[in-house]
Design a protein around this ligand. Structure first.
Ligand code: EZ4
Ligand code: CO
Length: 408
């Protein structure tokens, strides 16, 4: 069974998604997600101009060989563009293998390790009252673990805070703005560090000790600041503190780790096992945060998670709306199969996206399940996809109050 055709679909049903579709000589179709938020067309070119011509005629069954051929064969290794493109090929080939076998992909990865994957939702509010409303909405929707992000007095617009909701409203946080240049947000670490412990104290007082709570510092702190935050949050028993320092400096986590028992997750911007080598071997983190979409696909993420398992480190795959339903499905098949699964992020896509991508995964009693359809279990509606053309959109840029560019 050879690869006959590979096409790159770009669609923007509310936000941009890049999908690779591979068709075999037997007429089997596989889908892969290659969405890289704010740099989508770079991956489109990598796929269309450089990978598709290499794929046509290759044996569709040989996933590992194709992965190595694309990774080592490029000479230029790693990086988000390369790894997202390889991920899409990898997912599409697993999708095909599952369809040919008549099995969901998780069965090919060793079968089920649990009933479902614990998912967390992302609650936010500009004020405590708005945050509580958002938490209640998530609890009503069935979430059993919740990430908490809030406005900070003195700052206008910061990471992770969407429009305030009324009770019963669906959450619609979308960081990428459909603007020609990025919107700018502001930041002051002192204001933030002074405010956040009180937020968690209030959330615990309102919602009790049992609810798993998470928080994302979005790469903004120094190791000392991260250690201070981790210590000040210890009384509130976080499930994790995410991306506390810029992820590319693995050694920075040594100091944070030595100073606090708050569990640490890192890596949504990392895309290779080598980015985690020190983090894993020195046990500096508790959760691997990469997505299957940006981490080189199921093949690469399985190896990374098996490496992490030896050190007692678990998965916490990135699952924002900029991971397409195809990428989400791939993450769920892997999550359900891994022994060292921890939690998975779930930010439901909007209705238009779920018309373009018909999914088979389910969310019940706080748990996500990839479903039993052969392959990944996601189909794309071409004609509908084509009615949503690519629209430039960018993640925000962040500045300190004096105008200095800071990590967003
Ligand atoms: O900034 O998905 O944990 N989630 C996050 C996200 C990321 C965006 C980047 O595309 O930090 O909101
Ligand atoms: Co994050």
């Amino acid at each position: 069974m050879r690869i006959e055709r590979a096409e790159v679909l770009v669609t923007s049903p509310g936000r941009n998604f890049v999908t690779l579709r591979i068709t075999t000589t037997d007429g089997v179709v596989g889908l892969g997600d290659a969405t890289l938020n704010g740099r989508e067309l770079a991956v489109v070119s990598y796929l269309r101009d450089h990978l598709v011509p290499l794929l046509v005629g290759r044996e569709a069954n040989d996933i590992e060989d194709t992965w190595q051929y694309l990774y080592r064969g490029a000479y230029w290794r790693r990086g988000p563009v390369t790894m997202s493109a390889i991920a899409a090929v990898d997912m599409a080939l697993w999708d095909i293998k599952g369809k040919v076998a008549g099995l969901p992909v998780y069965q090919l990865l060793g079968g089920r390790s649990r009933r479902g994957g614990l998912a967390y939702g992302h609650a936010s509010g500009s004020t405590l009252e708005a945050l509580f409303t958002s938490v209640r909405n998530h609890l009503d929707e069935g979430f059993r673990a919740i990430r908490i992000q809030t406005g900070v007095p003195g700052l206008k617009k910061i990471y992770g805070v969407g429009g305030d909701q009324a009770r019963g409203q669906k959450y619609d946080y979308e960081p990428a703005g459909r603007t020609a240049v990025p919107v700018e947000e502001d930041w002051d670490t002192r204001f933030y560090l002074q405010h956040i412990p009180g937020v968690f104290e209030a959330v615990r007082a309102e919602f009790g000790a049992g609810l798993p709570l998470l928080h994302d510092a979005h790469h903004r702190l120094t190791p000392n600041q991260a250690a201070q935050l981790g210590r000040s949050l210890e009384p509130y028993d976080l499930f994790w503190l995410e991306d506390c320092t810029p992820a590319e400096n693995q050694e920075a986590l040594r100091r944070v780790r030595a100073m606090t028992t708050t569990p640490l997750a890192i890596g949504e911007v990392l895309n290779s096992v080598h980015d985690y080598q020190t983090l894993i071997t020195e046990q500096l983190i508790d959760y691997v945060r990469s997505s299957v979409t940006h981490g080189g696909g199921i093949t690469a993420m399985r190896k990374l998670m098996d490496f992490a398992a030896i050190y007692g480190i678990r998965s916490g795959f990135h699952g924002p709306t900029d991971i397409s339903p195809v990428g989400m499905a791939a993450a769920l098949h892997l999550s359900i199969a891994l022994h060292n699964f921890g939690i998975v992020e779930y930010m439901p896509h909007n209705a238009q996206t779920l018309e373009v991508f018909r999914t088979g995964y389910t969310f019940t009693d706080g748990l996500l399940d990839p479903g039993e359809a052969p392959g990944l279990g996601v189909e794309v509606d071409d004609e509908l996809a084509a009615t949503f053309p690519y629209t430039p959109a960018y993640l925000p840029v962040n500045r300190l109050l004096d105008g200095t560019v800071h990590d967003w």
